[in-house]
Design a binder for this molecule. Structure first.
Ligand code: GLU
Length: 555
């Protein structure tokens, strides 16, 4: 070993006592079945995830689960500016709300599980330093003493001469310092960062493979990028990614497309160390079409639907959100879901080739549509339980009504449900009240009746009083309906639609118009689920009471 380099490396990293081989021994390959993927979600501790990062976390999770692999949570806190207090708990909570529970990694602000930790980068400093020291010893990294002022100057010169920006070639001043000069500067107490001595040539072309985008051609990296920052001696993302994903045996690095430009740097780092390279999946951005019809990135700031809290508050079932995430993750998922509506989504396997390279469009109305279909397939009891949970948090009054009327409420939710073609009217838990409020007396006040064709006081009174006096027997749907028809004949309405269509002028209206009067009088609404079921649930006394209330309201 070159003694001078050793002296330099020891000066730069006086506390390093281990070698890369020591760490490799500490973190052996996991004992997983062939083809099992090891993936990670690696956010900064910002306290929350938004829909874009939730999607990537879910893709990471799913990619691992599809193969009985490992999904772990690594916290990347080397950029202290992006850290907030209790930033990990918030992320864990958001993930847990969507059943995304890591197999390994951080499980709290300071606690973790798994054999490959620490899973938080600020606690891995000694490891990064060991890897960086190895490069210095091999003459592949060096201390750089350039001040930010000097770096600015270099940049200005590059801009002026229309040259490529960056620290490379002849612009990489400290690259040409002799080892002795570097040693002297450190001894003098000069601040330094650690830079890679890139072996690359920008004029060489390399081909890198991305699992989503296929082969991509890049110029080879020749930037002497910073590996260890001077201020806090923490690594940059580039270096931390290499060290962590190597020691944690990540098989698939799934990350945002903003990292594509750095792909050649990462490839080069893996080459230099001779480590097995993970597969890379650069995920497209989550986009939205805004009011002006332009495609733009979904924005945490501008778009309420970008926050996961929005779905919680709206009461969109997390299963529906997850179904939607899969539809934007993989273009073939929707078709799969249509063909397998009752199959657990764990049976669907994520296909990197079916991911969108150009970015996926986030369409909240489509998400609500999925939610609507999802809710239509749930039993009335499930709806009741989940709605109550939602209401306890967001609508206490409704929660109390639900608790006091459990059996009745479940029957209400069961109208036109639990059959092969269930009614699809609930968009989310927060939307259910809009569809059922009139069934609960507590809400049945301050009413506006939506009468349609038959809307005169005289006719409405006629229909309601005739009904009240003769037709309260609800024991059988056919008998009941025949009686309504009988009432139509008595009152001058067509009981048969065909007859009505032939000679509408002979009638005041038809059986549908009469039913509408009954429906509106009972519920105020024109459009409700099955009238007979509603009447049956309300029962004779309430029907009387509501018809009387309506009659009084006609004045
Ligand atoms: N902390 C990086 C980010 O949030 C992680 C990128 C990666 O997954 O490698 O963008």
């Amino acid at each position: 070993m070159n003694d001078k380099l050793k002296e330099l490396a020891d000066l730069m990293f006086p506390n390093v006592t281990k070698t890369i081989a020591d760490y490799e021994k500490m973190y052996p390959e996991r004992n997983l079945k062939e083809g099992a993927r090891v993936t990670r979600f690696a956010p900064s501790p910002t306290g929350f995830v938004h829909m874009g990062s939730l999607l990537s976390a879910y893709e990471d999770y799913k990619a691992a689960k599809d193969t009985d692999g490992i999904f772990y949570l690594r916290i990347e806190d080397t950029d202290q500016k992006r850290s907030v207090e209790n930033g990990i708990s918030g992320i864990l909570n958001d993930l847990k709300n969507f059943d995304i529970v890591p197999d390994e990694g951080m499980i709290g602000e300071t606690e973790s599980i798994g054999e490959y930790g620490p899973y938080i980068q600020s606690e891995r400093q000694e490891i990064y330093h060991t890897f960086a020291k190895d490069l210095v010893l091999r003459g592949l990294a060096y201390p750089c003493f350039c001040t930010s002022h000097e770096l600015d100057e270099t940049r200005e010169i590059q801009e002026l001469n229309k040259e490529r920006i960056g620290y490379y070639g002849s612009f990489a001043k400290c690259r040409s310092l002799t080892v002795d000069e570097a040693i002297q500067k450190i001894k003098n107490g000069e601040e330094f960062v650690v830079r890679l001595k890139s072996p690359g040539n920008f004029n060489n072309k390399i081909m890198l493979h991305d699992e989503v985008r296929g082969d991509i051609e890049f110029p080879e990296n020749d930037l002497d990028i910073v590996l260890i920052k001077s201020t806090d001696k923490l690594p940059t993302y580039h270096f931390a990614h290499l060290v962590d994903d190597h020691l944690m045996h990540t098989t698939h690095v799934m990350r945002g497309e903003e990292w594509i430009a750095s792909f050649p740097i990462h490839d080069q780092l893996f080459e230099i160390f001779g480590f097995a390279k993970p597969k890379y999946c650069h995920l497209g951005l989550v986009m939205k079409i805004d009011e002006n019809g332009t495609r733009r990135k979904l924005s945490k700031r501008k778009d309420p639907e970008a926050s996961v809290e929005f779905y919680h508050q709206q009461g969109v079932p997390i299963e529906a959100v997850k179904l939607y995430l899969l539809t934007i993750a993989n273009s073939n998922f929707e078709e799969w879901l249509d063909n397998n509506p009752n199959t657990d989504t764990s049976e669907f396997k994520l296909d990197f080739k079916k991911m969108s390279a150009s970015g996926s469009l986030f369409d909240v109305s489509k998400l609500f549509n999925i939610s609507k279909n999802y809710l239509s397939r749930q039993t009335a009891t499930t709806i009741y339980n989940n709605l109550l949970k939602w209401a306890l948090e967001f609508d206490q009054e409704f929660a109390t009504i639900l608790k006091n009327n459990q059996e009745f409420a479940i029957k209400v939710f069961n109208i036109e449900r639990e059959n092969p073609k269930p009614r699809k009217d609930y968009l989310s838990y927060s939307d259910i009240k809009n569809h059922v409020w009139y069934m609960f007396d507590e809400y049945f006040h301050d009413l506006t009746y939506d009468f349609q064709k038959v809307n005169t006081k005289e006719e409405i009174t006629n229909i309601l009083t005739t009904y009240l006096n003769n037709y309260l027997d609800l024991s059988d749907k056919d008998i009941w309906f025949n009686k309504i028809k009988e009432m139509c004949d008595t009152l001058g309405y067509a009981s048969n639609m065909k007859d009505y269509k032939k000679n509408p002028e002979n009638y005041k209206g038809n059986v549908a118009d009469v039913s509408t009067v009954l429906r509106v009088a009972l519920t105020t609404k024109t459009n409700t689920p099955d009238l007979y079921e509603i009447m049956n649930l309300l029962g004779e006394d309430k029907i009387k009471e509501r018809f009387t209330k309506c009659l009084n309201n006609l004045d």
